[in-house]
Design a protein around this ligand. Structure first.
Ligand SMILES: NC(=O)c1ccc[n+]([C@@H]2O[C@H](COP(=O)([O-])OP(=O)(O)OC[C@H]3O[C@@H](n4cnc5c(N)ncnc54)[C@H](O)[C@@H]3O)[C@@H](O)[C@H]2O)c1
Ligand SMILES: N[C@@H](CC=O)C(=O)O
Length: 493
């Protein structure tokens, strides 16, 4: 059965790029296969656009910008809300597409569709609140103030782990601000992006406002980052590629937003119930099979409850089911590809060779070549890759600590600064640790921390800027200051 036959609406499965409102194939006959990571089956093919076709997407976005920015904010809001309604109405198909190309369990994929759609609704509304300000004038008979104006064309480059929400969190903000966008999704998961384009068209988003380009990643990004007409780049992905793109944007002095890697500490205080904390840590570590920028990568547990915590963690972890995300009650789907499995195995081997203890994680039970069974390691130390690198795999590492000062220092001992978790009910400890953590987001006694009202983003090498929340739209707005002089009757009010 082909993929389109599995969908209620077969037209949501597109194997073309989407430029200027047209489904487009590559002029050079280059293409890429897309696989189901659970089965290795080929789901379809996508074209790689040629350089002149990427430039044509910029032409289209430039032409569309003139009209899109001229709409009233409430007119853009109406179209974005129509898009939101279509995402909701097609939730099942979008979730199935996502599970097939990304591997995450269907309930998680449904959750991501909901999550991704929520950004469209949020920014549809926020677009109506891009207020400028009135500035009390220090210049005689002048009126001073600011206007908020769209920056122009935004290039949005996104990863495979959240194939839909990482696009809508950027695109909805940019489009609500009056910008036009060129999306370059990850080659592993293009079909969610293309379904978004199909639904954008049905929602009445004009041609050229939302474009999806496909191609060789370095080639596409070199063109988009080097294009002077592209005024903003928003990238979500690895720190390695983020650094590269930041350099590429230097010549054209673009607005750059970067949502990069994480290496989240999960700190458990001595006052915590070890079972409650261990169950929370399992949830924070294994979502999306550990392929999550918020994954609890370094679990730091007070020495007084360490052994009990490890026992509860192992018990909860043993109950996790691993398998094809389309089937039944699955907790963990496959990793995205075989290289990810090999990287996970190497990180585990490295930790064991440096003295970590493997409590659980029998890979002979893996249900396929892209699957990695959850691993629990104790005695993790700073010389191990598991401490410094984002494993992006279901590998949990636990380290004991002695006091708050030590755990703060340990938690901050990473180049990353995206998210941190803190589990304790001691308000003094909460305040002290929360303030001392060098992370953009700190979640206290809660695994869930994200959503549309939240300013999502990191410090240090985890990125630049914030997405979502009331400030997320600012990434796509310029502030224009005005001074209206010689007004005669106006004084400095
Ligand atoms: N901070 C966040 O909000 C957030 C959210 C999701 C994922 N991430 C991060 O994303 C990473 C995982 O995603 P990934 O493996 O897709 O990341 P990646 O950096 O390999 O790829 C991200 C995007 O960049 C493109 N790309 C890859 N190599 C490129 C190159 N040399 N030049 C130009 N473009 C290139 C890819 O095609 C993809 O579209 C993790 O580090 C994760 O933490 C961060
Ligand atoms: N889970 C994150 C994405 C990171 O990979 C989010 O909620 O945005």
């Amino acid at each position: 059965m082909t993929l389109s036959n599995k969908l209620s609406d077969p037209r949501l499965f597109r194997q073309y790029a989407y430029v200027d409102g047209k489904w487009t194939h590559g002029d050079g006959n280059r293409e890429e296969a897309v696989f189901d990571p659970a089965t290795g089956e080929t789901l379809g093919h996508i074209p790689w656009l040629e350089p002149h076709q990427i430039t044509a997407s910029v032409d289209a976005a430039e032409a569309a910008f003139v009209h899109w920015r001229a709409l009233r904010a409430d007119e853009r809001c109406e179209r974005l809300l129509a898009w939101y309604d279509l995402l909701q109405a097609n939730r099942e198909d979008l979730a199935l597409l996502m599970t097939l190309e990304q591997g995450k369990p269907l309930p998680d994929a449904r959750g991501e569709v909901e999550y991704g759609a929520s950004f469209v609704r949020w920014f549809a509304e926020e677009g109506k609140r891009t207020f400028g300000e009135t500035i009390p004038s220090h210049i005689p008979n002048a009126a001073l103030g600011t206007l908020k104006e769209p920056v122009g064309i935004a290039a949005l480059i996104t990863p495979w782990n959240f194939p839909l929400a990482m696009i809508t969190r950027k695109a909805a903000a940019a489009m609500a601000a009056g910008c036009t966008v060129i999306v370059k999704p990850a080659g592993e998961t293009p079909f969610s992006a293309l379904a978004l384009a199909e639904l954008a068209e049905r929602a009445g988003i004009p041609a050229g406002v939302f474009n999806v380009v496909l191609g060789d990643p370095p080639e596409v990004s070199r063109i988009l980052c080097g294009e002077d007409r592209v005024k903003a780049l928003s990238f979500t992905g690895s720190t390695r590629v983020g650094r590269l793109l930041l350099e590429q944007c230097a010549n054209t002095v673009k607005r750059v937003s970067l949502e990069l890697g994480g290496n989240a500490p999960f700190i458990v205080g001595p006052d915590m119930d070890p079972k409650e904390a261990a169950f929370a840590a399992v949830a924070a570590k294994f979502q999306t099979a550990g392929q999550d920028c918020l994954a609890a990568d370094r679990i730091l547990v007070h020495e007084s409850i360490h052994d009990a915590f490890v026992a509860h963690f192992a018990e909860r972890m043993a109950a996790l089911t691993v398998g094809n995300g389309q089937e039944g009650e699955i907790d963990l789907g496959p990793l995205i590809h075989r290289q990810a499995v090999e990287k996970a195995a190497a990180i585990v081997d490295d930790a064991i060779s440096k003295g970590a203890t493997m409590v659980a994680g029998d890979q002979s039970q893996a249900p396929g070549e892209n699957f990695f069974m959850p691993v629990l390691l104790t005695g993790v130390t700073r010389d191990m890759k598991l401490w410094h690198e984002e494993s992006f795999a279901p590998v949990a590492g636990i380290t004991a600590y002695a006091d708050d000062d030590q755990v703060i220092e340990m938690a901050n001992d990473t180049e990353y600064g995206l998210a941190a978790y803190l589990y304790t009910h001691d308000i003094r400890r909460i305040w002290k640790v929360l303030r001392a953590l060098e992370f953009g987001m700190v979640s206290v006694n809660s695994v869930k921390m994200t959503g549309p009202p939240v300013p999502f983003g990191g410090v240090k090498h985890s990125g630049l800027g914030r997405e979502g929340g009331v400030t997320g739209i600012d990434e796509y707005l310029e502030t224009k200051y005005y001074c209206l002089g010689a007004l005669g009757s106006v004084s400095g009010s």
